[in-house]
Design a protein. Structure first.
Length: 270
């Protein structure tokens, strides 16, 4: 039987080691950085976020939202606190958001949660020292998919987005290992595939993929780049050399890595 290109564990031998490492690093980040954890952006399941501050935040600091991956059905914000290291070193307030997981909820719920989390940030972050006019976002894998829904419309308020190892067309996942785990419906594929949706031409987008990712991730990155460019967005598309689906996101929390430098630049120039 051919290997499923979407089943990351089959293609990343160090999958469990990397997960253990990022969880350990996240716990250390929560001990070291000034933070406010478990802030509610709603009243539903999983509707909380964590805020992390730079050591010496400037008044009206930039703000960056990060959305974790896990094929919409695993991981939590607590596993990805370490990304705040790069965000805060760039001088921004880090917002690491959580959401309810499939199959307990459907995609419509998760997308709505992310949109409401962004609305909370735009309305409230000024009370925490951030400037909502200096908002950027990023996401990995399923988180990149979800991040794309935050810059769909004129006036979205998102200046720039970094999408790493993302999924932008859901149709291929209907015949992947996820068929038995979350079972995307035809309606979800049609409604929630970013490849077919409008986006805000005022948002600059950086699309990254680990060079060692499986072919569908590269193909979808190329196709989504073209889709966004056709709508007038300024888009860059690059590979993270020598990195796969898991060590590329691990590197987001290391400001001196290729992925970390990309995130640092996006925040600083926005």
């Amino acid at each position: 039987m051919a290997s499923d290109p979407f089943r990351i564990r089959d293609h990343v031998a160090a999958f469990d080691d990397i997960v253990a490492e990022i969880r350990e690093r996240s716990a250390e980040t929560r001990r070291r950085l000034r933070m406010s954890g478990g802030v509610a952006y709603g009243t539903g399941q999983g509707e909380t976020l964590d805020l992390f501050w730079p050591a010496n935040p400037a008044p009206g600091a930039p703000v960056h939202i990060f959305i974790h991956g896990g094929y919409w059905r695993m991981f939590s914000k607590d596993d990805y606190s370490y990304v705040a290291d790069t965000i805060c070193s760039a001088g921004a307030i880090a917002v690491i958001v959580d959401y309810a997981l499939m199959p307990g909820v459907r995609m419509a719920t998760i997308v709505d949660q992310m949109q409401r989390a962004k609305a909370w940030v735009r309305e409230r972050i000024g009370h925490f020292g951030g400037d909502p006019a200096r908002l950027t976002v990023s996401g990995h894998s399923a988180g990149a998919h979800l991040a794309s829904f935050l810059f769909e419309t004129q006036g979205s308020g998102v200046k720039a987005a970094l999408l790493l190892g993302g999924l932008y067309a859901l149709k291929p996942l209907q015949t992947s290992f996820l068929m038995d785990e979350i079972g995307f419906t035809d309606e979800e594929v049609a409604q929630f595939s970013p490849m077919t949706r409008p986006h805000n031409p005022q948002t600059q987008v950086d699309i990254l993929v680990g060079s060692e990712e499986t072919p569908p991730f590269h193909a979808q990155a190329d196709q989504f780049r073209d889709h966004l460019a056709s709508q007038g967005l300024v888009v860059t598309r690059a590979n993270v050399t020598g990195r796969n689906h898991m060590d590329s996101v691990r590197d987001l929390g290391i400001a001196t890595s290729d992925a970390g430098r990309s995130l640092d630049r996006l925040i600083r120039k926005s």
